[in-house]
Design a protein around this ligand. Structure first.
Ligand code: FES
Length: 157
C-alpha cells in the first residue's frame, strides 16, 4: 500500500508546473505530507523522491535541514503549539509562559501530550513581537497571551 494518498499525490503533481524544476517542489511536497500525516515516514520520502525524479537521500537532506519536519518515530499531535521565547516575548514573560504550558500539559518542548492532541514546541521569533508574548496554534498567532488554559482548550480542539 502506498504511503502517499491519491489526494497528496495530486497536490504534488499540481505543483510541478508551477516551479522551474521538479526538485523545487521538494519542500511543498514535504509540507503536504507532514500536514496530512503529522510526520514524514521513510516510505513517504521514497515516494516523493520517485515523483520528483530525485534520490531519497536528496529528499531526506532537504527534510532534515529545516528541523521542522517530524520523522515517523516522533509524529506531531493533532495541534502544534509554538511558544515564542525570543527577546521581545522573553521580556514580556515568554519563558514563564513556556514553563506554564510544560507544567499544564505534562510535556517538555518537543513533546506530545499523552492523548496525542498537542505537541508543544518553543519557537524563535514568530514575527509577532508587537503581540508579545506570542504563541502559534498550528498556523494561527495568538497575541499577548496570558490565559494559558484558554489556549490549551483551543489547541485541544
Ligand atoms: S520575539 Fe516573540 S514574536 Fe518576536
Amino acid at each position: 500500500m502506498p504511503a502517499l494518498s491519491d489526494e497528496i499525490r495530486a497536490k504534488i503533481l499540481a505543483y510541478i508546473p508551477r516551479y522551474p524544476s521538479k526538485q523545487a517542489v521538494t519542500l511543498p511536497a514535504l509540507h503536504f505530507v507532514h500536514d496530512a500525516m503529522r510526520c514524514v515516514s521513510y516510505e513517504a520520502i521514497r515516494e516523493i523522491a520517485e515523483m520528483l525524479d530525485l534520490s531519497p537521500a536528496q529528499v531526506h537532506d532537504t527534510m532534515t535541514f529545516y528541523q521542522f519536519f517530524r520523522e515517523k518515530n516522533a509524529p506531531l499531535g493533532k495541534t502544534r503549539l509554538w511558544v515564542c521565547r525570543s527577546l521581545a516575548c522573553s521580556l514580556r514573560g515568554g519563558e514563564d509562559l513556556l514553563e506554564t504550558f510544560c507544567q499544564k500539559l505534562h510535556v517538555q518542548p518537543g513533546g506530545t501530550t499523552a492523548d496525542g492532541k498537542i505537541t508543544l514546541e518553543f519557537a524563535e521569533c514568530l514575527g509577532a513581537c508587537e503581540g508579545a508574548p506570542a504563541v502559534m496554534v498550528n498556523d494561527e498567532h495568538r497575541h499577548c497571551v496570558s490565559d494559558v488554559d484558554a489556549v490549551i482548550r483551543e489547541a485541544q480542539g
